[in-house]
Design a binder for this molecule. Sequence first.
Ligand SMILES: CC(C)(COP(=O)(O)OP(=O)(O)OC[C@H]1O[C@@H](n2cnc3c(N)ncnc32)[C@H](O)[C@@H]1OP(=O)(O)O)[C@@H](O)C(=O)NCCC(=O)NCCS
Length: 248
Amino acid sequence: MLVEDGAVALDDPVGGSLRGAHAHLARRLGRAAAYLQEVATFSAVSADPDAAEWGDLARLLGRGELADLFSSPATPPPDWEPVFVLDGLQMLWPGGAGLGDPRDRAGGVAEPGADVAELGADVVELGADVVPEMLDLVARTRPGPFWPRTREMGTYLGIRENGRLVAMAGERLRPPGWTEISAVCTAPEARGRGHAARLVRALAARIEARGERPFLHVAEQNTGAIALYERLGFEVRKRVTFRGFRTP
Ligand SMILES: CC(C)(COP(=O)(O)OP(=O)(O)OC[C@H]1O[C@@H](n2cnc3c(N)ncnc32)[C@H](O)[C@@H]1OP(=O)(O)O)[C@@H](O)C(=O)NCCC(=O)NCCS
């Protein structure tokens, strides 16, 4: 089912984030904007950019750099070399009763370093000191783009087994009224135990508690993840095409 509910902020989630909640993580030149290096490679241009705006984005990023236009439909000039094209889905939580099984809707998430057993949850917030472990988990599971400072875009939650980080998920884009759930991944040896489901529910509960709604993006070929998100109650809003180019 395709959901169309007038959620226009989700048509330009990168631009909306860079102008709003993530202004402190943005570089800008004219109408072009991009995340700081190491936070994300996502760039934003207006809906119908002219040559001057493409020039501004090229100057902002530098020569031969990746311009990840995310799901923007704008096509850069011919001297921008295509790097990747990937079909995907934008899914959103329709709102209302909360996500999935209420038994593990983890409202109480442990603060970094807290005694999780005491809180009755194995979900912990991941601090800056955990970034090397997060990068290692991403390298082993490939959930999508994640860089050394991506964690600064929102709250990242994780689950440990025998002290080792085996699952995580976090908040990424934040267009007005929405928060994207991203970097959902579980180490191969820890899959099928409900870790990803529990982390997504915990994030969604936090997002809804501050009056926002969760959404996410997933590659169309990632049928396992799509099945998981649908089971949790997410619905497809629209198809998107992720596109990256190399600046001239
Ligand atoms: C997708 C992923 C995060 C699931 O992690 P997980 O911790 O094993 O997920 P859960 O245990 O919470 O699974 C929840 C449900 O989804 C199902 N599921 C999980 N992965 C699945 C797959 N690859 N194919 C079909 N179903 C799957 C589980 O069977 C489970 O169903 P159930 O609740 O009916 O038993 C994990 O496979 C992964 O890290 N994949 C690589 C990274 C990735 O693609 N991330 C998503 C980016 S959008």
